[in-house]
Design a binder for this molecule. Structure first.
Ligand code: C5P
Length: 227
C-alpha cells in the first residue's frame, strides 16, 4: 500500500470477528458458519499499516495474524460487554463478527436427554454495534449480509445502527458469504454514497475499508477505490 503518511498518530482499531455461540445446554449451542476470516484480514491489514489492532472474537476457524492482541469470548452478551469496555479507547470500531442473532431463552444447566420432541424458544441478542457508547470522532463500521435488495436494506441498517461505514455483502448461491470465498460487496458511507466493489476477494474488501477509514480520519484526498 503506497500513499503519503501525513498522519499524526496510529489508529487504535477495535475489530470483532468470528461467530458467537449461544448455549442450548451444557454441551450444545446455536451458532453460524462464520470462520473469522474477514476479521483476521482486517487485523492483518491494520497491523501492516502500522495501526494498533485489538480483536474481540468468538470461536475461530481461521487463525489471527501472529502477534495480534486478542480477547476471546463465546456468547453475544460476552462480546457485548467486551466491545463496550474496549470501544472506550478505540478510534475505530469494526464490527465484522457474525453475532448470533438469537439465544435460547432457557438454556439447561445439565444435558438434555435425547428423547421425544423439544421446542426451542429463541430470544434476540442485543444489537452490540447499535448500542455501543460513542466517542467523539470515533468511526463505527458494520457489515451486513443480505439475500436480496442488498443496497436498500444495507442503507437502512447504516441509518438505524448509526454507522459511519458499512460493507454490504450478497448471500448468493453458496449461502452466506462465510469463509474464503469471493464476495459481491458494496461500501456504503454515512452521507449516502454507495461504492459497488464488484465480486472481490475479502482481502480487497479489507484494503478498501482501511483506505476509506484512513481517508475519513486523516482527511486525505479521496483515493480511487480499488476493486
Ligand atoms: O442486523 P444485522 O445482523 O444484519 O447487522 C449486521 C451488523 O450488526 C454486523 O456489523 C454485526 O456484527 C452487527 N451485529 C451486532 N449485534 C448483533 C447482531 C449483529 O453488533 N446482535
Amino acid at each position: 500500500m503506497k500513499f503519503a503518511r501525513r498522519r499524526a498518530r496510529r489508529l487504535r482499531i477495535l475489530i470483532s470477528a468470528g461467530p458467537t455461540r449461544e448455549p442450548l445446554d451444557r454441551v450444545r449451542f446455536v451458532s453460524n458458519y462464520s470462520t473469522g476470516y474477514m476479521g483476521a484480514l482486517l487485523a492483518s491489514e491494520a497491523l501492516a499499516r502500522g495501526h494498533r489492532a485489538l480483536v474481540v472474537h468468538g470461536p475461530l476457524v481461521e487463525p489471527l495474524p501472529r502477534g495480534t492482541k486478542r480477547l476471546a469470548v463465546e456468547q453475544a452478551r460476552e462480546m457485548d460487554a467486551a466491545m463496550r469496555r474496549q470501544a472506550r479507547s478505540a478510534d475505530v470500531v469494526v464490527m465484522a463478527a457474525a453475532v448470533s442473532d438469537f439465544r435460547v431463552a432457557h438454556a439447561a444447566r445439565g444435558k438434555w436427554p435425547r428423547r421425544g420432541r423439544r421446542t426451542l424458544v429463541l430470544k434476540a441478542t442485543p444489537d452490540i454495534i447499535g448500542r455501543l457508547p460513542r466517542r467523539a470522532r470515533q468511526l463505527v463500521v458494520g457489515f451486513a449480509v443480505e439475500a436480496a435488495r442488498v443496497v436498500p436494506r444495507a442503507k437502512r441498517k447504516l441509518r438505524e445502527k448509526r454507522l459511519d461505514l458499512l460493507i454490504a455483502q450478497h448471500a448468493n448461491g453458496s449461502g452466506a458469504p462465510f469463509g474464503r470465498h469471493r464476495v459481491r460487496a458494496w461500501l456504503l458511507e454515512r452521507g449516502g454514497t454507495v461504492h459497488p466493489l464488484g465480486k472481490v476477494a475479502k482481502r480487497t474488501v479489507a484494503r478498501t475499508l482501511l483506505d476509506k477509514i484512513e481517508t475519513l480520519w486523516y482527511g486525505q484526498p479521496e483515493r480511487v477505490l480499488r476493486t
